[in-house]
Unconditional design. Structure first.
Length: 340
């Protein structure tokens, strides 16, 4: 397969979070000949039963290229025109996987070793794969994490704070609402108070934001609802604690606030010769950096079309990314050798 064919094939494998097994199996099979040809090692790293990260390495993996295999819903298959490859995961992050694989092939063909590829599950939900990978360090000193940055090095990325807000009520016939307690109305009151929380700002990262991502509950129009829940997410620019306290206060006595994920905002390094940006999303980097080395964040495609029904990646970005990843690995290996 060429670069574009591999991207299309990966996009066509549905891998919504928790259903990554088929794409991991495909990548294992695709990378096996490369591992065999260049005396590499291919490992499945268990995250939970029947769910695996995939790590390929050649020599002592001082530099690791990493991104995630899962996507957000809904799935839709690939299509291609002269300029773009479209489909779920095209830029977030299956085009990135393809670029990293082709960079690895180029490096190995040029006699370069001592690097690895780490493909993770669960980034779109709770970074389960990254958390597991943090416990299975392989000695990497530098981490090149792939997310859509339009092939610019990200100097910083926002953090994330995710909650499930669960309200309980009491069912009753809707003609006698006074006999029940509406969980939906309670949930709406809590959400309104959450929307009123003052959100901090940062000179580099900008303003913290809140998204109410899902709401569900109730049984029928003529039944007072006994349960309702919502999923919310803050994009952090500073400490999580003030917002955690505010969420608990807003829910107190009315609903349960279940924290699902908390990742900090991070400041990252520049890289000689590459343009820079700042991104408002979070990544697996906060969980990986201590175990997998100094992090850099860069990848093809735009975050503005990720998670939308217009998701796509420019073909020229994919080709550029192969060159960028190859060059970064070479330079970082030189830095690792220079530092002993």
């Amino acid at each position: 397969m060429n670069l574009f064919e591999l991207t299309r094939h990966l996009v066509d494998i549905e891998s919504i979070t928790a259903n990554e097994r088929q794409v991991e199996r495909f990548l294992h099979g695709h990378l096996s000949p490369l591992a065999a040809r260049y005396q590499g090692r291919l490992e499945r790293l268990e995250v939970e039963p029947e769910r695996f990260n995939l790590f390929a390495s050649w020599g002592d993996p001082l530099v690791t290229l990493s991104t995630h295999m899962d996507t957000v819903p809904p799935f839709f298959p690939a299509r291609e025109d002269d300029e773009f490859i479209c489909g779920r995961g095209a830029c977030d992050a299956k085009g990135i996987i393809s670029a990293m694989v082709f960079a690895a092939e180029r490096l190995l063909a040029g006699g370069v070793r001592n690097f690895g590829l780490l493909f993770l599950v669960g980034e779109e939900r709770n970074s389960a794969g990254a958390k597991a990978a943090a416990r299975t360090s392989r000695g990497s000193r530098f981490l090149i994490n792939g997310e859509p940055t339009e092939n610019r090095i990200a100097l910083a990325s926002k953090g994330a704070l995710r909650y499930e807000i669960v309200a309980r009520g009491r069912m009753a016939h809707s003609s006698y609402p006074e006999l029940g307690l509406s969980a939906i109305e309670t949930l709406l009151d809590v959400l309104q108070d959450l929307r009123g929380i003052p959100l901090p700002e940062d000179a580099l990262l900008g303003r913290c934001t809140l998204n109410i991502g899902t709401i569900s509950g109730g049984r029928a129009p003529n039944v007072v609802p006994d349960s309702a829940q919502a999923e919310i997410m803050f994009r952090l620019v500073g400490e999580a604690k003030p917002l955690q306290d505010a969420v608990i206060a807003a829910a107190a006595g009315r609903a349960e606030a279940r924290e699902i994920l908390s990742t900090p905002a991070v400041r990252l390094g520049s890289f000689d010769g590459l343009p820079t940006t700042v991104v408002s999303y979070t990544t697996d980097i906060p969980f990986l950096a201590d175990a997998w080395g100094k992090p850099f964040l860069i990848g093809p495609g735009s975050i503005h079309v990720a998670h939308t029904d217009e998701e796509r990646v420019p073909k020229r970005h994919l080709e550029e990314a192969v060159e960028i990843y190859s060059r970064m690995v070479r330079q970082l290996l030189g830095a690792a050798k220079g530092n002993g």
